[in-house]
Ligand binder design. Structure first.
Ligand code: LMR
Length: 312
């Protein structure tokens, strides 16, 4: 089972590390444009194998896509992270050309791969990879909902004083301030969250979740990596092990939720074919309105990408 991670920065290296130490793939190729960078990170991950007890091998390569040939899944983490004061959307002009050329190289050598996009602005970079790869929608998937839901669950675990393992949550929409956490679909050990957390506290957690990436950028001067890299690895695992897990992921909607031609996060079944089913929740009018606001925002940024392509 061969999996490639493009971009050996913090997120890519974390993803490769999780794939290796959890033995999700036995052959992991880590590729970066910077000479020797991926080779160094891969060697470091391999030298950890005797300590953490695993035998999955990570190989680093400098920009040689022929070494990624035949990958079953490719994770694209390439592009710049944001700095304090920036929104994810501010990255579009730099990251679009990077994601486009990376995707073209990926499909040249792995035409059957399932692509997972992690680069920001996430929903629009997933659209960009879809255009560049010409793959069907079930094979080009964005990672964000797992990350956003994980933040929501972690904050709830702190508030309640319980294990994050007990918290099940769902979240819809774009990976940005308009994301839509869903308390109505959140349970703690099977108990509706609204029975355990007061409304004002829950509202504060939802707000903190929406700004979760920005909170970390402010603290560290750059974007997060442990949770994003681990979330991408969880998607790879669901695909390569054909787990049929229900996870929130970014996909092109084709009529689901009454939305067409827009990339948004929704719950879906992930298995060997990538997205095997989009799950449509029965949203109430308030939730639907929030989802429409998110759609409008993502669509505006998708239009920016279309205009950039028209001018190129
Ligand atoms: C995140 O949510 O951590 C990523 O999208 C990176 C960022 O800039 O927020």
């Amino acid at each position: 089972m061969k999996v490639t991670v493009v971009g050996a920065g913090n997120v890519g290296a974390t993803c490769a590390d999780v794939l290796a130490y959890r033995e999700i793939a036995n052959e992991i190729v880590l590729l970066d444009i910077k000479e020797g960078f991926a080779e160094g990170k891969a060697l470091d991950i391999w030298q950890k194998a005797p300590i953490n007890v695993y035998d999955s091998k990570t190989v680093g390569v400098t920009n040689d896509y022929s070494r990624t040939a035949g990958s079953e899944v490719v994770v694209i983490t390439s592009g710049l992270p944001r700095k304090p004061g920036m929104t994810r959307d501010d990255l579009i002009s730099t990251n679009a050309s990077i994601v486009q050329s990376v995707t073209e190289n990926v499909v040249k050598y792995s035409p059957n791969a399932i692509i997972i996009v992690v680069s920001n602005p996430l929903d629009v970079m997933t659209y960009c990879a879809h255009l560049a790869s010409k793959l069907p929608r079930n094979k080009v998937i964005g990672m964000a909902g797992i990350l956003d839901t994980a933040r929501y669950r972690a904050f709830l675990a702190d508030e309640i004083g319980c294990s994050p393992k007990e918290i099940q949550g769902m979240l819809l929409g774009g990976h940005g301030d308009t994301m839509v956490p869903l308390p109505r679909y959140t349970t703690v050990g099977g108990i509706p969250v609204t029975e355990l957390v007061a409304k004002d506290k829950l509202d504060a957690i939802i707000e903190r979740t929406k700004n979760g990436g920005g909170e970390l950028v402010k603290l560290m001067g750059t974007s997060a990596w442990y949770a994003p890299g681990s979330a991408a690895a969880q998607m790879v695992e669901a695909i390569v092990k054909d787990q049929k897990r229900i996870l929130p992921v970014c996909i092109k909607l084709e009529g689901e939720y009454g939305i067409n031609d827009c990339y948004l996060g929704v719950p879906a079944v992930l298995g060997k074919n990538g997205i095997e089913k989009v799950i449509e929740l029965k949203l109430n009018s308030e939730e639907m309105e929030l989802l429409q606001t998110s759609r409008k925002h993502v669509k505006e940024v998708m239009n920016v990408l279309d205009n950039m392509a028209a001018k190129a």
